[in-house]
Design a protein around this ligand. Structure first.
Ligand SMILES: [Zn+2]
Ligand SMILES: [Zn+2]
Length: 163
């Protein structure tokens, strides 16, 4: 589906095509929580990078977090994830990841198009969740201490929701 998104102040608008628009994956890691997660988590969906069109590009800023180097305690490196946000109002808009250049990962919160309601949800990176955050439980709620088992693409495909 074609998605339209924008920041709160309107300085940045964007459109992107997505085969994977279900906002099912809630990430509780410290980067998501602190930068774009008032509920304790944020949700990124996925779109086709070559279809991304941006109005107000000059208002964008990019945040690249420092992240731990696996297997090297105490060492950090700059994340390949480029978190794009509006320099005026601070709305987080999408992530572009240098390791996955064919995709962009819009923040569901920035999308103005009505997204479909996910039939189930995944709660990921729970090892990093803040202690006050409520993690929903039940048949449709799936929890992961770190990364989930399926990619966003495979999650949609295995549920017949990829279009
Ligand atoms: Zn803005
Ligand atoms: Zn995260």
């Amino acid at each position: 589906m074609q998605l339209e998104g924008s920041c709160h102040c309107g300085a940045v608008h964007f459109t992107v095509a997505s085969h994977t628009p279900y906002p099912y994956m809630q990430c509780y890691c410290s980067i998501c929580r602190k930068t774009a997660g008032a509920g304790g988590y944020t949700i990124n969906i996925m779109g086709d990078a070559k279809t991304l069109k941006v109005e107000g590009q000059e208002n964008l800023k990019i945040y690249r977090a420092r992240v731990p180097v696996p297997g090297e305690p105490g060492k950090t490196t700059v994340s390949p994830a480029h978190r794009h946000f509006c320099g005026t109002c601070g709305s987080f808009l999408w992530i572009a990841d240098a390791d996955w250049p064919q995709w962009v990962y819009p923040f569901a919160t920035a999308i103005d198009t009505a997204l479909p309601t996910p039939p189930e949800r995944e709660h990921i990176m729970l090892n990093h969740a803040a202690p006050w955050v409520h993690i929903p439980e039940g048949e449709t709620e799936h929890s992961f201490r770190e990364f989930p088992e399926l990619s966003i693409e495979d999650w949609h495909k295995t549920r017949g929701l990829y279009d």
